[in-house]
Design a protein around this ligand. Structure first.
Ligand code: NDP
Length: 479
């Protein structure tokens, strides 16, 4: 994207009606350059404010967000077609500001440390990257745009966010809330446009946090590497769940159903494939299908039922292709199994499949829908081999007696593993007591988003070394 690249109005489809009922003028390349210049200039003052003052500014912003909650929630609901998740998304803002503030107070405190040489004293220092560029996807448009931005702001960075063009409605009311806090408005900016604007942002920023598909993540990481700036990528997944002999079946089916269908399965850490010990397999499938059939679509209103529409129409095509491929290769469908059209929106009910294997796309490619393909295994080694047989390594779940489940979890090439539950990791974003996790394989690159140390990603480290000796140093030429 150059300064001369023409930008045209972007039309946005409503996921519940299928109608393009929203349009916006994208940020132009020249505007992006101006915003980056202004953000860079404002960052020094933001850093100089100090941590407590930055916390106070963000806390004031949370009050403005709360006051504007009805408009923001309505916009996120229109973007995604979902209501309960939209409430969760806005709730995350205050929760993350509180949690990351507590983490920052500890993690960014500078303590002098003694060194092996009694004369030399070491002081750590942090120099925040001036401008963080955030590029975020459509599946949790509000939360994922802010997940890295909040700790980065606390660390002293200015932040420019390019959310997905698929779900841009929330930006207007959110930016209005930011504008009510002038100190924050200097250093927290949203720009709107398509992928090309994301690429332009990579050229302006000093550091990138990207959340999205592995295909785009590769492009962004390559572009950042060419500029020699750090790039943290959180990408696609194909999370496995393993149900061991001795697992509590009722617990496993409830947790897996939720973990696979929350937000209609449009989550990176959705359970997308399930391996069950053969002794439990038939009962598991029957129970999971019975529970799946009881989960209602969110119709006629977004607040009804649990399963919202498929937000992004091309994703419905991928899910449909996975179902067709599985059926053609002999999979049995126990619930759901179709892309349905209601009121112009595209929907998919919780779908339980059995008689599946790794020749099917539904077991190997990211579906990003509420699909629960179940495959039997005979030995723990086989379960581990199947779970690790994936290009992805984001997260997963193991059900069974705790020691046995932990032993299996330690053998999985996955970053975040829930034991006797599913999808626990995201609940602990910003929590000072949770362990770190990194993405394995094609699910991402870079340090953890979880755990107290993750806030340190936003600063360069400095070592300030003081020699307090009054004597000549023995390593000097003339000592
Ligand atoms: P995409 O990779 O298609 O898009 C992500 C963002 O990148 C969007 O803002 C997009 O803009 C932008 N973009 C597109 N092309 C470029 C480019 N060349 N340079 C810079 N930016 C670009 O992902 P989706 O939006 O489809 O999101 C779904 C994916 O995100 C799934 O694979 C899911 O697993 C993953 N994800 C990962 C998470 C994690 O934490 N690991 C969390 C949530 C989702 P635009 O949309 O406007 O074209």
């Amino acid at each position: 994207m150059t300064l001369d690249t023409p930008v045209t109005t972007i039309e946005v489809r409503n996921p519940r009606t299928g109608v393009a009922d929203y349009r916006f003028e994208p940020t132009t390349p020249a505007e992006l350059k101006d915003i980056a210049r202004a953000a860079r200039a404002a960052q020094a003052d933001w850093q100089a404010l100090g941590l407590e003052a930055r916390i106070a500014v963000l806390t004031r912003w949370v009050e403005k967000v709360d006051a504007a909650a009805p408009e923001i929630v309505a916009a996120v609901t229109a973007d995604t077609g979902r209501h309960a998740e939209s409430l969760r998304e806005i709730g995350n803002i205050g929760k993350w500001v509180d949690r990351w503030s507590a983490v920052a107070r500890t993690a960014l405190t500078l303590e002098p440390t003694p060194t092996a040489n009694p004369d030399i004293h070491s002081f750590a220092d942090y120099a925040p990257y001036p401008v963080l560029g955030v590029i975020s996807p459509w599946n949790f448009p509000l939360s994922l745009s802010l997940m890295d931005a909040i700790p980065a702001l606390l660390a002293g960075c200015a932040v420019i966010i390019k959310p997905s063009e698929v779900t841009p409605r929330f930006v207007e009311p959110l930016v209005a809330s930011i504008a009510e806090v002038p100190e924050l408005a200097q250093v927290l900016h949203y720009v709107r446009g398509a992928g090309v604007l994301g690429a332009a942002l990579v050229d302006e920023a000093d550091m990138i946090c990207f959340t999205g598909s592995t295909a785009t993540g590769r492009k962004v990481a390559s572009q950042a590497a060419a500029r020699f700036i750090p790039c943290f990528t959180e990408l696609g997944g194909k999370d496995p769940a393993i149900v061991l002999e001795g697992a509590d079946l009722d617990r496993a089916t409830s947790a897996i159903l939720t973990g696979a269908t929350l937000a209609t399965g449009q989550q990176c850490y959705s359970i997308e494939r399930i391996y069950v010990h053969r002794s439990l397999h038939d009962a598991f499938v029957a129970q999971l299908a019975e529970k799946a059939r009881a989960v209602k679509l969110a119709l006629p209103e977004p607040g009804d039922g649990r399963i919202g529409p498929l937000t992004f129409a091309p994703q419905a095509e991928i899910i449909g292709r996975h179902l067709e491929d599985a059926r053609a290769k002999g999979a049995e469908v126990h619930s759901g199994g179709e892309i349905e059209t209601h009121g112009g929106g595209l929907w998919c009910a919780p779908t339980v499949l059995s008689n599946v294997d790794h020749d099917m796309a539904v077991m190997t490619e990211e579906s990003f829908g509420p699909l629960m393909p179940v495959m039997a295994f005979d030995t723990v080694d086989e379960a581990v081999r199947l779970a690790n047989d994936s290009p992805y390594g984001l997260s997963g779940a193991v059900f069974g007696p705790e020691e046995a489940a932990l032993a299996v979890a330690r053998r999985l090439d996955l970053g975040g593993i829930s034991i006797n539950d599913a999808g626990l990791a995201p609940f602990f974003i910003g929590d000072a007591t949770v362990a770190e996790k990194t993405a394995f394989k094609s699910s991402g690159l870079g340090g953890s988003r979880l755990g107290p140390d993750s806030i340190k990603r936003f600063s360069r480290r400095k070592a300030l070394l003081v020699n307090r000796s009054t004597q000549k140093s023995p390593w000097w030429f003339d000592a």
